[in-house]
Design a protein around this ligand. Structure first.
Ligand code: FES
Length: 116
């Protein structure tokens, strides 16, 4: 069953932007990379640093604390099996933006070993 969170229109970032928001005790960051939207947990799974201010290199987000690089699409860190930040599907429906909180990734079916 999906759990859709509607993102308020004012918090949908423009191309190249990002926004931080909270929902039911969860902190999420929404990125807009050239029109593609990606939602991830704000907290780095390594030691909890905020990923909101991380530097982007294409789709790779660098954690500002220790430099792990997360792929925004998968949440995975290159070369680290089974470790990554939770990501969520983002859906656009009739001009409204929703994040599906029921399907966080990486899931067991995603192997975090891709080369980047
Ligand atoms: S807290 Fe993010 S890499 Fe250590």
């Amino acid at each position: 069953m999906s759990r859709l969170l509607e993102v308020p229109a004012a918090q949908v970032p423009p191309a190249g932007g990002r926004s931080l928001f909270r929902h039911e005790g969860k902190s999420l960051v929404l990125f807009n990379l050239n029109g593609e939207l990606y939602a991830i947990d704000e907290g780095c799974p390594h030691n909890g640093a905020s990923l909101f201010g991380g530097r982007l290199d294409g789709r790779l987000l660098h954690c500002p604390a220790h430099g792990l690089r997360f792929d925004l699409a998968t949440g995975c860190v290159a070369g680290v099996k089974g470790f990554g930040v939770a990501t969520y599907a983002v859906e656009l429906q009739q001009g409204r933006c929703f994040i599906d909180l029921s399907r966080p990734r990486p899931q067991e079916s995603i192997v975090c070993l891709q080369q980047q």
